[in-house]
Write a protein that binds this ligand. Structure first.
Ligand SMILES: CC(C)(COP(=O)(O)OP(=O)(O)OC[C@H]1O[C@@H](n2cnc3c(N)ncnc32)[C@H](O)[C@@H]1OP(=O)(O)O)[C@@H](O)C(=O)NCCC(=O)NCCS
Length: 420
């Protein structure tokens, strides 16, 4: 499978990186001299591609091409004809302005699947440019994240960008499968707002439950604070049917990550009572059954915290796991970068790069037993331009020189006489 990758920044590149890990030949088209804007953003090593770029563009080839230049268009037409999927996440209308409408692409290659990410679907905001945090705000994540007393919060997980890159790749694979039967390509459209809302599905569940009474698993119920008309921010309350909260562990005064997520799962309630030194709660009418506990969650978690504060997060994990109590340590990025088991499975990988040296990246989180993903470094800007023009598109050496001199793939080369 060959992908014509016109994507940039994070959302589109996440999708094409995933497909490249699964073996697709991804040809990333970049503007001559500049490339994907992320190459130069948040740079840590001078004159080297940033981690922002390198960590989102593994296993791809790069061709530089001015898609607004007549010769560049000629090359792009050829790429459209020989690729299976075109992926783009330009601002609204950009691809059409370039001259690559669906009708034009479909005429050039009726089998082509055109996959796009935009901020919004059809509606009042369809012409808006959108970045990650705007999508989190517009898709319901921010209004439901954070503490009730505080402002809306965005999350560190890039659910708008990377989350929608994954949605897009599912759409592409489905369209490819469909094409086996129909022989035709189709459009795959993802709106970032829709994708975030899909990931906030449980909050729309809660919005509807509100009509039938308070959300009893939210702490505010036990605190006697009335619910308003919309789902409130729930702090660290569990989104499921088993109450949970983040609790301090030994060392929390100095370590911002010395915390653990603790779930008071009903089937192991008695084990919890024993481990925290409250065996009397096993039979006490205020604590023995889950409905009795709901109005008392604040007090229950404060009591459990008295116990977790006597242990470090890994000790709590060890003690609780043995007796099946679901808990999870708050792992910092440092913890994750150094975790040997993640290195072993290829979830965290070390990659070598010619200009920046060795760096860590996240490998393919989807593990197939017969198709192991190998993480290869991202391409330098235009590293494969000649190779793609010659070997993939079949241009002769003379044609390639002409294309280069036209300025379509690089700044025009001055001839001796012109330079004189
Ligand atoms: C992310 C985003 C806000 C960035 O905005 P931007 O930097 O202004 O970039 P745009 O995509 O709007 O426009 C790119 C311009 O570069 C031009 N361009 C891009 N690649 C080119 C190339 N190889 N050759 C020539 N021109 C090129 C485009 O034609 C366009 O020019 P135009 O506005 O004159 O038509 C916008 O692309 C967007 O809203 N994308 C959809 C949602 C999305 O994916 N957001 C998350 C990104 S992680």
């Amino acid at each position: 499978m060959r992908i014509l990758d016109l994507s940039h920044v994070q959302a589109g590149p996440t999708c094409t990186q995933m497909l490249a890990w699964f073996g697709a030949d991804v040809i990333k088209v970049e503007r001559p001299g500049i490339g994907d804007i992320t190459r130069g953003q948040l740079r840590d090593v001078p004159n080297a591609d940033s981690l922002y770029f390198t960590m989102l563009n593994h296993n791809k080839r790069s061709i530089t091409l001015d898609t607004k230049h007549p010769k560049g268009k000629e090359v792009l037409d050829r790429l459209v004809k020989i690729c299976d999927v075109l992926v783009e996440n330009f601002g609204p209308g950009v691809l059409d302005r370039m001259g690559y409408t669906w009708e034009y692409i479909h005429k050039l290659n009726p089998r082509m699947i055109v996959a796009s990410i935009k901020g919004f679907g059809p509606g009042p905001y369809e012409d808006c440019k959108v970045y990650e945090n705007i999508a989190q705000c517009a898709g319901g994540a921010a209004s439901t994240t954070g503490f009730r007393e505080g402002p809306p919060l965005v999350t560190g997980a890039q659910i708008g960008d990377s989350g929608n890159g994954l949605h897009l790749s599912i759409g592409i694979i489905t369209a490819l499968y469909q094409r086996l039967r129909t022989g035709r390509g189709q459009r795959v459209n993802i709106a970032m707002q829709d994708g975030v809302l899909n990931l906030c599905r449980v909050k729309l569940r809660d919005q509807q439950r509100l009509k039938h009474g308070p959300l009893t698993e939210y702490r505010q119920f036990g605190e006697g604070i009335p619910f308003g008309k919309a789902v409130p921010r729930s702090g660290n309350d569990s989104g499921g049917g088993q109450p949970g909260w983040i609790l301090k562990c030994k060392g929390w005064e100095n370590d911002p990550d010395a915390y653990i997520y603790f779930i008071t799962q009903a089937p192991v309630w008695e084990a919890i009572c024993d481990v925290i030194g409250k065996p009397e709660w096993k039979t006490h009418p205020d604590y023995a059954k889950p409905p009795a506990r709901l109005p008392r969650l604040k007090h229950i978690f404060a009591t459990i915290e008295q116990w977790t504060m006597t242990k470090d997060k890994f000790e709590v994990m060890e003690i609780c796991n043995k007796i099946d109590i679901p808990v999870g340590p708050i792992l910092s990025m440092k913890d994750l970068a150094e975790e040997p088991s993640l290195r072993k499975t290829g979830t965290v990988v070390e990659v070598d790069h010619p200009t920046r040296g060795k760096y860590l990246s996240v490998g393919n989180p989807i593990k197939l037993s017969d198709s192991i993903s190998e993480v290869k470094r991202s391409p330098l800007l235009g590293e494969h331009t000649e190779e793609i023009l010659g070997k993939v598109l079949g241009y002769s050496a003379k044609d390639i020189t002409e294309i280069k001199q036209s300025g379509a793939v690089s700044a025009p080369q001055k001839t001796r006489s012109a330079a004189a």
